[in-house]
Design a protein around this ligand. Structure first.
Ligand SMILES: C[S@@+](CC[C@H](N)C(=O)[O-])C[C@H]1O[C@@H](n2cnc3c(N)ncnc32)[C@H](O)[C@@H]1O
Length: 279
């Protein structure tokens, strides 16, 4: 990265990466571009506190190990190998035939392909990612899988390139913690959901007593740890965006005091007008 914009006179401390949102997002993009290239070359990627971008270690807390064998077996090997999430949001979203689904930060496409199968030909699954290498991998995986009702969009989860009320379900798998503007992510998820729509997300969430510094001691931002919200912060963020019925349930610990968690919330359906019979 060309960091010359941030060079300061010698007597001033350098601004930490965590306080430079544009550079932090670029670091995230580069990490996952490298992961996509590694998968394309036959190696697994990784996400988590032990994740070394140069290594190919598979962590049981992340990725394909979190999916049922029959789900993995029905997908191209490249889509399974590219899995970098911390759960299986398709399993918690309760998808039905005909629904429209959006996956925030779709990576190699595993959750989009599984969603496309669940919603069937009358439904649609969108994946959204900012990393060209991941989009290329996901589109190739959709072709290998023979899935026609999936589309991968380039963009950021802070400015979703879909119109308002475009989808019934928003899913995401270990991505929101990577965002440098989480209020924008929650606002965009709320905007694109149709009234009555729901959010079903896996993400890394920190115990409420952990300070941002303590979270950063447990892992870096690009490895899905330092940027994690606490349970209370997650709840407040979703409520501020307009969500109701918010539930955040930890599933397994990924670092000391930090958990993979299922996050569920809904966008209230519009009130229907009373009929004359009901007056
Ligand atoms: C940890 S990987 C998870 C990928 C996928 N959800 C999965 O379960 O395999 C994070 C993905 O989110 C994407 N991403 C991270 N921040 C993003 C942002 N602000 N906007 C769009 N995509 C983002 C990265 O490019 C990467 O593909």
């Amino acid at each position: 990265m060309n960091d010359s914009r941030h060079q300061q006179p010698d007597d001033r401390p350098e601004v930490p990466l965590a306080d430079r949102p544009d550079d932090l997002r670029e670091a995230v993009r580069r990490r996952y571009a490298a992961a996509a290239v590694r998968v394309t070359g036959g190696d697994a990627g990784c996400c988590g506190p032990q994740c070394d971008p140069g290594s190919v270690e598979v962590d049981a807390d992340y990725g394909a190990a979190l999916y049922a064998a029959d789900e993995r077996d029905a997908l191209p090997a490249e889509a399974v190998a590219a899995s970098l999430g911390c759960g299986n949001p398709v399993a918690v979203a309760g998808l039905s035939a005909g629904e429209r689904v959006l996956d925030l930060g779709s990576g190699g496409g595993i959750d989009v392909l599984l969603s496309a199968r669940r919603v069937g030909p009358s439904g649609m699954a969108y994946g959204l990612d900012m990393t060209d290498e991941m989009l290329a991998l996901a589109r190739a995986n959709a072709e290998r899988a023979g899935v026609a009702n999936a589309e991968f969009l380039k963009g950021t989860i802070e400015a979703v390139p879909l119109p308002a009320e475009a989808v019934d379900v928003v899913i995401s798998n270990c991505v929101i913690n990577l965002s440098t503007d989480k209020p924008a992510v929650f606002a965009e998820a709320f905007r694109v959901l149709a009234p009555g729509g729901r959010l079903g997300v896996y993400d890394v969430v920190a115990d409420d007593e952990l300070t941002p510094r303590q979270r950063a001691e447990r892992g870096d931002h690009v490895g899905c740890i330092a940027g994690a919200l606490s349970f209370a912060e997650y709840h407040q963020g979703l409520a501020a965006a307009g969500f109701t019925d918010i539930e955040i349930t930890p599933t397994h610990e990924v670092a000391d005091g930090m958990h993979s968690a299922v996050v569920r919330a809904t966008k209230v359906a519009k009130a229907t007008k009373a009929t004359s019979a009901g007056r």
